[in-house]
Write a protein that binds this ligand. Structure first.
Ligand SMILES: C[S@@+](CC[C@H](N)C(=O)[O-])C[C@H]1O[C@@H](n2cnc3c(N)ncnc32)[C@H](O)[C@@H]1O
Length: 257
């Protein structure tokens, strides 16, 4: 999970290309597409929304990182089982940041009391796919909220409301200013005993990104950002048992973790 490899370095890319020649063409296509999208958008969120639009049009399962239905189901189950082990109760009030097409959300929605799930995402296209998931799994009676957002100021949500806040594979696609914006505001909407779990790509070396789609951070950087906003944060080492390639951090109000 943790390595000091810098995937943005030319030497890494050349070594990788030699080992995986079949991936050169897809990478080149992605580079061209992403450059074009970056030139046409003003900021990271606009750019990533365009990436999601393009990816969702091709395959909504692939757009959230699991091109096959089987992997989509497995990744959702992994997130759900982890939170269940950590005591997720039907009466919890959950905010899922970057909910995608409800890969895990459908299981959270099923488990929680009606109206207790709130999913937000920057991509309207993936939220349309999320609505299809609700229909497919017959979750209409659970009345979940699904809301597109332009940023992570969370200003339309109530104070101290959410007992569980969850962001899986969202900060792995986010530059530090987006993460910082979230950490600056998440404490306001989090209940006094609530927690906020997020995953990220961990590096032990230099922080870097690939195509501004995948970002790699040291855990200390993210913990320090949370603390700078008056929150407590710690790494969740039991998440490693799942074998997922990203790491997890839990944020709470100080003294409540
Ligand atoms: C890899 S997908 C994961 C989706 C979902 N969390 C899951 O595990 O199935 C990342 C999702 O985060 C959304 N996203 C990326 N940046 C975001 C941001 N700054 N605010 C809200 N959503 C964001 C994307 O649109 C996408 O739906």
């Amino acid at each position: 999970m943790t390595s000091s490899r810098n995937r943005a370095r030319l030497a890494y890319k050349v070594r990788y290309a030699v080992r995986h020649p079949d991936l050169i063409l897809p990478y080149t296509r992605r580079l061209a597409r992403d450059t074009w999208l970056r030139l046409r958008t003003r900021d990271h969120v606009g750019y990533y929304r365009a990436v999601m639009r393009s990816d969702t049009a091709r395959n909504p399962y692939g757009a959230v990182g699991t091109p096959t239905h089987e992997r989509w189901m497995a990744l959702g189950q992994m997130q759900f089982d982890y939170l269940l082990e950590h005591g997720l109760r039907p009466q919890d009030r959950m905010l899922e940041i970057g909910c995608g097409n409800l890969r895990a959300g459908r299981l959270f929605i099923e488990h929680l009391d009606a109206g207790h799930y709130y999913g937000i995402d920057i991509s309207p296209d993936i939220l349309f796919s999320a609505q299809e998931t609700l229909t497919r799994y017959k979750l209409q009676d659970k009345l979940p909220h699904l809301t597109p957002v332009r940023n992570l100021t969370l200003d339309f949500l109530p104070d101290a409301h959410f007992t569980v806040i969850h962001a899986h594979s969202v900060f792995s696609h986010s530059p530090i200013e987006v993460i910082d914006e979230c950490l600056a505001h998440v404490g306001r909407v989090m209940a006094p005993d609530g927690f906020f779990d997020f995953t990220y790509n961990e590096t032990a070396g230099a922080e870097h990104h690939v195509l501004r789609e995948d970002f790699y951070y040291r855990p200390q950087t993210l913990i320090a950002r949370a603390e700078a906003h008056g929150l407590a944060a710690r790494t969740m080492d039991d998440w490693r048992r799942t074998g997922h390639k990203q790491s997890k951090i839990r944020v709470t109000h100080p003294g409540r973790g």
